[in-house]
Design a binder for this molecule. Sequence first.
Ligand code: SF4
Length: 342
Amino acid sequence: MNKIVRKIEKQHNLSLEELVLLIGNDCYDKDLFEAADRVRQKYVGDGVHLRGLIEFSNVCSRSCFYCGLRCENRNVNRYSLGADEIISLAGRAKELGYKTVVLQSGESSVYSVDKMVYILREIKKFDLAITLSIGEKSYEEYKQFKNAGADRFLLRIETTDTAIYKALHPDMDFSNRVKCLRNLKKLGYEVGTGCLIGLPSQTPLSLARDLLFFREIGADMIGLGPFIPNPDTPLSLERGGTFEMARKVMALVRLLMPDINIPATTAMETLSPDGRILALQSGANVVMPNVTDFVHKKYYNLYPGKSGADVPAAFAKRALEEKIEKIGRFVSEDFGFRKKNI
Ligand code: SF4
């Protein structure tokens, strides 16, 4: 095995230049995937944590250039579920055996803080861990959500290359996003972040900087998605990212941050029929099956061809469990919090 791969497997550390070298060359990929799988087994074991994803509103006031839910897109049927519908979906997730629900929406003011607090308190009664993924909020709002029972928060930085960030998020401020991540850490959330792989102008250097940023910010979860161009966005004609590059960056995350939680993302499965399983064999230990009802799931179109959008939740969970068992892994019975191990 290559020296540099041995080094990252043993020391969980590489210089920026070494990371650029690994990202920019595919001749190390097989060794990296195998090393990440060994490190995953050593630090977080064979359990796979399933988190039930509830996409409760696709209304968004932002304009992210890569996203099908951007407010300028008129080709989306917008919906926002009522509080009781969201709570009932969480109850359904509990019945299906989930220990965590992920409440995800576009960034908007459709739900007041009081309404979110009510929803969180009610869901907490099911004895579920709750992850929020609702975008940038004030410190005070994050605090109220935490006090109401939210355990984790996902806020992807998307890219740490500030030139790319600015070009793709004309109405957003990179430094505010970083501030939000730091506020979430301060408030005691388990914090998830991550990036898109294959954005226009992204280079191995920008991806290597993303990796070092994840470690510097002390992320507890990292989610990586290949960028898949959406026809209703300004990036419709871009090439997009590849499954293999997303898999490699994910493997590098596992090698750099051995004890964190890493989802095998839906976008990976969209690009490769067995994408999630391959991801689970290259460092990932989490899957977030969608438990949103059938009617609304198809309107949450961040990108086209989303895997599993037309499969009923109970069926999808059973099929996934079978695949997990087939590769010698098992579905974890605990809440799946990060167990710091390094
Ligand atoms: S990425 Fe998130 S914040 Fe940006 S447009 Fe899409 S849903 Fe809105």
